[in-house]
Design a protein around this ligand. Structure first.
Ligand code: PGA
Length: 248
């Protein structure tokens, strides 16, 4: 059985005062029957990790591919781990777009993350043009092949399917569209890594997940949780998503 995961990506949002949201989550949902992950901005990781104790895992939103060196402004996987993170999001479409990250970059970062003892949440997703041209599965297949390193296990790999056109837009694919892509990702993981890793790796859906649509999305086959942006900033909203996931 795959343990469900509710992951929140705060993106470039959050000052120290916002850690009260994390406290509220830890108090209200610490014993929920699913894993909970919050990825705050890097400046808050250390304090968030101290505040959340064992109940909520803390993650980074990116890492560099090497451990140390002359890379001004970057953060290594080892540093995230040292600050208290146990996960890192990699290859988010905003990173791919804003920082020209390629599948090869993502794969190298994922290898570094795994070497540092982090779990890698590797993102994939098609643009609207790619979907309308019927290229969704080709795009996802290429991203998976290029972005996931060989040395993954079901513990240190999480795949997040995030259609770019659904992120922050309030638009969500149909349940059939989500199911088609998640089944495809499952099939690709099984073919590449075998049943052991392939069937046990968690696949998250992301893109405009809200309290109002979470339950139906969590009912889709091979959806093992969500990667949530905007609705993860408020404990009240994210809490409802956690509750929907835990009872799915
Ligand atoms: P959203 O973002 O929930 O605000 O659409 C999702 C994401 O980018 O992870």
């Amino acid at each position: 059985m795959r343990r469900k995961l509710a992951a929140g990506n705060w993106k470039m949002n959050g000052l120290q005062g916002n850690l009260t949201e994390l406290d509220a989550l830890a108090q209200g949902f610490g014993d929920a029957d699913c894993d909970i992950l919050i990825c705050p901005p890097a400046t808050l990781i250390h304090r968030a990790a101290l505040a959340s104790g064992d109940t909520i895992a803390i993650g980074g939103q990116d890492c560099h591919a090497v451990e140390t060196g002359a890379h001004t402004g970057d953060i290594s996987a080892q540093m995230l781990k040292d600050a208290g993170a146990s996960y890192v999001i990699l290859g988010h479409s905003e990173r791919r777009e804003d920082h020209n990250e390629s599948d090869t970059d993502v794969r190298q970062k994922a290898r570094a993350a795994i070497d540092a003892g982090l779990k890698a949440v590797i993102c994939c997703g098609e643009s609207l043009e790619e979907r309308e041209a019927n290229n969704t599965l080709d795009i996802i297949g290429g991203q998976l092949a290029g972005s996931i390193p060989d040395q993954v296990t079901a513990e240190n790999l999480i795949v997040a399917y995030e259609p770019i056109w659904a992120i922050g837009t309030g638009k969500v694919p149909t349940l059939d569209q989500i199911g088609e892509v998640h089944d495809f990702i499952r099939d690709r993981l099984v073919r590449r890594f075998g049943d052991g890793v392939g069937l046990s790796t968690r696949i998250l859906y992301g893109g405009s997940v809200k309290p109002s649509n979470a339950a139906e999305i969590f009912g889709v086959s091979n959806v093992d949780g969500a990667l949530v942006g905007g609705a993860s900033l408020k404990a009240e909203d994210f809490g409802q998503i956690i509750t929907a996931l835990a009872s799915a």
